[in-house]
Design a protein around this ligand. Structure first.
Ligand SMILES: NC(=O)c1ccc[n+]([C@@H]2O[C@H](COP(=O)([O-])OP(=O)(O)OC[C@H]3O[C@@H](n4cnc5c(N)ncnc54)[C@H](O)[C@@H]3O)[C@@H](O)[C@H]2O)c1
Length: 348
């Protein structure tokens, strides 16, 4: 029987799960697949999902930007499996939920092999939707604020269609995610797949790749090493930063709620790059200097989520402020950089 979803579109009912899922040998309530689960957000999501003793978690990851180290506390756990797999190849497993995160998120890595990035977004999402269809799983895509491109509306609501360069150096990521969203909705309308789409805004926290070109990890690493904080010109461009525990909470609420999205998940507190550099300097190493450097092409001037939908539909809003969150990264970065507790002398 056909049903109408929140957009008034008629869809087929979702396929039912395989009978294997109801086998008496299936002890868990939910078997959850996390693609890209060895990465920054993915590994924090896995930590949270594993807290619930009724969840079984399977991670697939090709370790392009992720690391087994991020999941080391779970390796060998009876409710956890880690599989080296590239989502551009098909994958089969009896699962109830798919959190589809696999995709490099930092410009340095997604521009490294743009063809691979767009394949990951398009073929990878097709493969995960195929799996969702086959086993009747609900699937959540971690899309991005990059779908708004260099936005002409501020703040960005989910209704805004974006201002994206289709042929630029960032397009493999931006347009890749836009196609991934299209695929999600087409599978939903045509095959009745249960979908959820999160549009994630800049997220930060422990386990971000060091020196991956993302501004928060760059500044923290530079401050800890005593190097100048490199602010890309003009420095007045703004970003909003969401602490990773808030992000994970938002993703789980979206997955388990009734709304399919897309829903913006991010922290609306807006900072210029200069303000961010000054805050890192104050909190992490007051000795360092701030240096202006050239910017990269197509860098958006401003980004700020309108999170009205997340507040009203998911009952979600961020709890951790930037001033609370930045110091929480210090210990993790210090350990990975092999630095001692003592503040490093500034190199000018
Ligand atoms: N961190 C952010 O600020 C941010 C903002 C917007 C959207 N997102 C989205 O959230 C998701 C996670 O981002 P993150 O910051 O944790 O990035 P990340 O690079 O730390 O994690 C991505 C993970 O996906 C894996 N991966 C990449 N390509 C793969 C492939 N073809 N097959 C299997 N695994 C693959 C990587 O090895 C890594 O473990 C991404 O989809 C990203 O687009 C993140």
């Amino acid at each position: 029987m056909a049903t109408a979803n929140g957009n008034g579109v008629t869809t087929k009912p979702p396929p039912s799960s395989s009978p294997l899922r109801y086998s008496k040998y299936c002890q868990s309530n939910l078997r959850i697949l996390v693609t890209g689960g060895a990465g920054f957000i993915g590994s924090h999501l896995v930590d949270k999902l594993m807290e619930n003793e009724k969840n079984e978690v399977i991670v697939v990851d090709n370790f392009f930007t992720g690391s087994k180290d991020n999941l080391r506390r779970w390796i060998g756990h009876p409710r956890f499996e880690l599989i080296r797999h590239d989502v551009t190849e098909t994958f089969l497993a009896e699962v109830d939920r798919i959190y589809h995160l696999a995709c490099p998120a930092s410009p340095i890595f997604y521009k490294h092999n743009p063809v691979k990035t767009i394949k990951t977004n398009v073929i990878g999402t097709l493969n995960m939707l195929g799996l969702a269809k086959r086993v009747g799983a609900r699937i959540l895509l971690t899309s991005t604020s990059e779908v708004y491109g260099d936005p002409l509306e501020h703040p960005q609501t989910e209704e805004y269609w974006g201002n994206v360069n289709p042929i630029g150096v960032r397009s493999c990521y931006d347009e890749g995610k836009r196609v991934a969203e299209t695929l999600m909705f087409d599978y939903h309308r045509q095959h009745g797949i249960e979908i959820r789409i999160a549009r994630i805004f800049n997220t930060y926290g422990p386990r971000m790749n060091i020196d991956d070109g993302r501004v928060v990890s760059n500044f923290i690493a530079q401050a800890l090493r005593g190097e100048p904080l490199t602010v890309q010109l003009p420095g007045t461009q703004t970003r909003s930063f969401c602490y990773v525990s808030d992000m994970v909470d938002g993703l789980i609420r979206l997955m388990e709620g009734d709304n399919i999205g897309p829903i913006n998940i991010g922290n609306p507190g807006e900072f210029t790059m200069i303000e961010l550099a000054e805050t890192v300097k104050e909190l992490i190493n007051p000795e360092v200097t701030v240096k202006r450097v050239e910017n990269t092409p197509d860098d958006p001037r401003q980004r700020k989520p309108d999170i009205t939908k997340a507040k009203t539909l998911l009952g979600w809003e961020p709890k951790v402020s930037l001033r609370q969150g930045l110091p929480l990264m210090e210990e993790d970065f210090r350990q990975r950089l092999g630095l001692s507790e003592n503040k490093v002398e500034a190199k000018v």
